[in-house]
Write a protein that binds this ligand. Structure first.
Ligand code: NDP
Length: 463
């Protein structure tokens, strides 16, 4: 039998060798894609957290899993021409990254935002591989979108853009190949226009080709709420595990879009007091508690700026600069807007003001430096990959309902969502513990998501 010292020596050697492997592959990715900063940020975070796995298990290195998993199976980029209301021809760029189909058809949202480029779509698609795996559903990872800006466009312009976008995209998607959904700038309205065009071009009613549809076109009840509710269910599991709860907590939620609105709604239902939310231009603080009806009216119905909230609630305050929202004292912070919206400074201010838990509703909203600050200060931290997986999980439930041609009630969907979020929390927590990183849900979620995909890739041969 080996002595304790010998065992420790073997484990140190394994860790060093694993670190070398991970850094070697990361540098290869960087050499090729050095200009894709968001993609590299996501790859580095996942790779670093997998070192404990590689130091224990050799098979993933032998099978070149990291080399393969960081390279998308396919990237489609295309021209999207459309005609605006002034009869002028406009041209945008469209993308679909089909990243990994080991465990199921590619699945992931479409983002319409002027900042969209290949790096952003690749980072989102890469994250989606592990997130989708964590849900326990048979869905691979993909993502797409366009640099089209829906803000200020008429419904007709949005429809013409969506039809042109789908005219190309339809050649590459299908209920068993690739199933897009919504993301920033893409809600039920845009999904409806795209579904209509897909149906017309295909000449068949394939409801399962898109999720996030309006329930009248086969959408799942509860999909609109799923990401926000799921984030709060996950955070609730995480904080209750440490004897805390939403009840009586002060909560700050960034953004005021789909994820943010339903995260606020569920946090309030669980007894939290939400005092601030934002959009890309500024944030509002309402110490009476944010009035969600006003936010919904402004954002879901009138498509207006969050600053208008103060016209309805004169006691509330509006501040320019969305990132300042992290200076509002809170027990629980839920970044639900966009990537890298919460940086090191924001994290330090949150910690100084006594934040106890942070849960990411958005994708990669916290920079690496911000996550380090939270972990060094024992702030409970729920990474987006796990915490915001409720949206795609309910999308998978939508696919199941479409293929069975039936629809579940809101209560049934919500119960399933709650169970899925609990399972994700438990698997992230237990994998973190298995690899000696108790309560580190970043490591736990990445490992849990990775192993299922990697083992499946191995079983399918070198493809
Ligand atoms: P929406 O377009 O509905 O809302 C986005 C919100 O974020 C808006 O309030 C927007 O403000 C705000 N925002 C955008 N950029 C910034 C910025 N730089 N600073 C501050 N606020 C900003 O998108 P979603 O709610 O659907 O998506 C939000 C996040 O959640 C994204 O990271 C997305 O990838 C992620 N996500 C979404 C899922 C879904 O089901 N929808 C699933 C999983 C993750 P403005 O209106 O001014 O642009």
């Amino acid at each position: 039998m080996k002595t304790e010292a010998e065992i420790q020596q073997v484990s140190k050697t394994g860790t060093k060798q694993a670190e070398e492997y991970v850094h070697k592959v990361f540098n290869q990715v960087k050499d090729v894609y050095g200009h894709e900063s968001e993609f590299l940020q996501a790859v580095e975070e996942v790779f670093e957290s997998l070192i404990p796995v590689f130091s224990k298990e050799q098979k993933y290195q032998d099978q070149a899993i990291l080399e393969r998993i960081a390279e998308p199976e396919r990237i489609i980029s295309f021209r999207v021409p459309w005609v605006d209301d002034k009869h002028q021809i406009q041209v945008n760029r469209g993308y679909r990254v089909q990243f990994n189909s080991a465990i199921g058809p590619y699945k992931g949202g479409l983002r319409f935002h002027p900042s969209v480029n290949q790096s952003i779509i690749k980072f989102l698609g890469f994250e989606q591989i592990f997130k989708n795996s964590l849900t326990g559903q048979p869905i691979g990872g993909g993502k797409g979108g366009s640099d089209f800006d829906p803000k200020g466009k008429s419904d007709q312009e949005i429809m013409r853009f969506c039809q042109s976008f789908m005219t190309e995209l339809m050649k590459h998607i299908g209920p068993d190949t690739d199933v897009p959904a919504g993301d920033i700038g893409v809600g039920a309205r845009e999904i409806g226009f795209m579904f209509g065009q897909y149906k017309r071009l295909r000449g068949a009613y394939e409801a399962g080709v898109l999720t996030g549809k309006n329930p009248v076109s086969g959408g799942s009840l509860g999909r609109k709420e799923a990401t926000g509710y799921g984030t709060v269910y996950f955070v609730d599991e995480m904080i209750r595990d440490k004897g805390m709860s939403f009840d009586g907590s002060q909560v700050v939620v960034s953004g005021s879009g789909n994820v943010s609105i339903y995260a606020m709604e569920k946090a309030m239902e669980l007894g939290g007091k939400v005092v601030a939310c934002s959009d890309s231009q500024g944030y509002i603080v309402d110490y009476n508690g944010i009035c969600l009806d006003t936010v919904k009216q402004l954002k879901e119905v009138e498509y207006k700026r969050i600053k208008e909230y103060t016209h309805h609630h004169p006691d509330a305050h509006y501040f320019e600069d969305g990132e300042g929202i992290w200076s509002v004292p809170c027990d629980i912070a839920l970044p639900c807007a966009t990537q890298n919206e919460l940086d090191e400074l924001g994290a330090k201010i949150l910690v100084a003001n006594g934040v106890k838990a942070v849960g990411e509703g958005a994708n990669m909203p916290s920079t690496k430096a911000a996550v380090d600050i939270f972990q060094q200060n024992n702030v409970l931290f729920a990474p987006g990959k796990a915490a915001n997986a409720g949206g795609v999980a309910v999308s998978a439930l939508e696919m199941a309902q479409n293929s069975m041609r039936l629809s579940w009630t809101l209560e049934e969907v919500d119960e399933k969502l709650k169970d899925i979020m609990k399972d994700i929390f438990e698997s992230a927590k237990s994998e973190a513990a298995n690899y000696g990183h108790d309560d580190n849900l970043v490591i736990g979620a990445n490992i849990a998501g990775f192993k299922k995909v990697a083992d499946t890739m191995i079983s399918q041969g070198v493809i």
